[in-house]
Design a protein around this ligand. Structure first.
Ligand code: FAD
Length: 409
């Protein structure tokens, strides 16, 4: 391993974690991180929350001090976009034509926000992925007071909460019947719709923008499919991402599930690993999944480092994510599909509850709103892979920890 050269494409959650984990595991070869971003790796979840609201400022947003890269002998190259790659020749090509050879490659290229074709090219029509995007949204919100959010997924919902906390008027337009429908299903989505409405967000679901109104290079209004015309100062289009698959395509990797197919150990091809939003992972407990969440990207990055240093095997960690909106804290472990049976436990109206998702009697995921402890035990129930009595899950007087077999509790 000593003389090997690991090249990591992507300086986000997955790529950064892989680089530092390699050093932590004693990897002595060279570690190069190629990142198209202008900034050194930062904590992306802050960008729709604390950083956007001005509660956390720049140095704290970075994952590491600048000097740590040199100290750990991590060759971080910013503003460096990989535009070509050859798996056979073990080399990458950069936008400036330079070639970068590798022995082992890690791909963690994340995604690019989707755009809507009909949104005018205006300076106040924004998307949110990078630190600079977040700064732009923040600046725009300082100048204007009316935010139109197109899309009520996690980014849209979190920005709505932040903007309300900043005292802005928020209009949330979502074509689905409820916010967060795709990620969390209709019933939990309804809970979020009322949370946002209670906080003063104008939530218009089952609605789209039918016409944009511009003046002097900026969007000043939108007509919605409900026939109403609204004035706006800032528009944020938050309708999800397209995974960045150009590099995997150039490498000839197998694409599936919206990402790159990797085996249980996150390996896509000989010496080529994939982590984060672009990884379509054959999860040993949950089956094939691709997850667009922070902890998953970071943990997969660490999993790749383990594999490279010979401590790999199947990557078994359960997906975990959270979302903070106002004082509502969501945690989610595992992975559910739309067909799974939902079993509720707790106080839905009081916003303190959990939902277990069962397939063939086994818990596949647990979602918790302001209910951290249940979520932790839920994770253990998923790992047991045993059939669980649904009535015990819904019965608040039952001690869930008792359902966890002794060796896994
Ligand atoms: C505003 C915001 C808030 C979020 N909040 C949460 C949250 O609360 N909880 C949660 O679980 N998840 C959250 N997420 C999701 C989470 O941030 C992502 O799942 C995570 O960042 C994915 O990590 P990654 O390494 O796969 O990709 P990224 O972090 O996107 O990193 C990809 C990197 O690859 C680089 N890159 C891409 N293509 C190339 C190329 N060709 N050459 C060189 N470099 C390239 C990019 O510049 C970038 O540095 C949030 C995301 C956003 C945008």
């Amino acid at each position: 391993m000593a003389g090997k050269r690991v090249v990591i494409v992507g300086g986000g959650g997955g790529g950064d974690a892989a680089a530092f984990a390699l050093r932590k595991r004693g990897f002595e070869g060279s570690v190069v991180v190629l990142s198209a971003d202008r900034d050194r790796p930062y904590d992306r979840p802050y960008l729709s929350k604390e950083f956007l609201r001005g509660e956390v400022e720049l140095p704290k947003v970075y994952l590491h001090d600048e000097g740590e890269y040199a100290a750990q002998k991590i060759d971080l190259r910013l503003e460096t976009r990989v535009t070509g790659a050859s798996a056979g020749e073990r080399k990458l090509t950069l936008a400036d034509g330079q070639e970068v050879p590798f022995d082992i490659l890690v791909v963690s290229t994340g995604g690019t926000p989707r755009r809507l074709a009909d949104v005018p090219n205006a300076y106040n029509a924004l998307t949110l992925r990078s630190l600079r995007d977040s700064q732009a949204v923040r600046d725009a919100l300082q100048r204007g007071s009316r935010l139109l959010l197109v899309g009520a997924g996690f980014i849209g919902a979190e920005v709505a909460a932040s903007a309300r906390q900043m005292g802005k008027e928020v209009l949330m337009v979502e074509s689905a019947p409820v916010p967060l429908a795709r990620a969390l299903g209709t019933e939990v989505g309804e809970v979020y719709a009322s949370v946002h409405r209670d906080k003063g967000v104008d939530v218009r679901t089952g609605t789209t923008v039918t016409e944009w109104h511009t003046y002097g290079g900026r969007i000043v209004g939108a007509t919605l499919s409900d026939g109403r015309r609204e004035d706006v100062d800032v528009v944020l289009v938050a309708i999800g991402i397209d995974p960045n698959l150009d590099v995997p395509r150039a490498l000839g990797l197998q694409l599936d599930g919206g990402g790159v197919k990797v085996d249980e150990g996150l390996l896509a091809a000989d010496g080529i690993y994939v982590a984060g939003d672009v990884a379509f992972h054959q999860h040993p407990v949950l089956g094939p999944i691709r997850v667009e969440h922070w902890e998953v990207a970071k943990n997969q990055g660490r999993g790749v480092a383990a594999a490279i240093t010979g401590a790999g095997g199947a990557y078994t960690r359960l997906p975990y994510f959270w979302s903070d909106q106002y004082d509502v804290s969501l945690e989610y472990r595992g992975h559910a599909s739309g067909e799974d049976r939902a079993v509720w436990r707790g106080d839905k109206d009081g916003l303190r509850f959990s939902v277990f998702y069962l397939r063939d009697g086994r818990v596949k995921a647990v979602l918790s709103m302001n209910d951290k402890k249940t979520n932790e035990v839920g994770g253990k129930l998923i790992e047991t892979r045993k059939e669980i009595d649904a009535s015990a899950l819904s019965d608040e007087s039952s001690d869930l920890a008792e359902l966890v077999p002794a060796q896994s509790s």
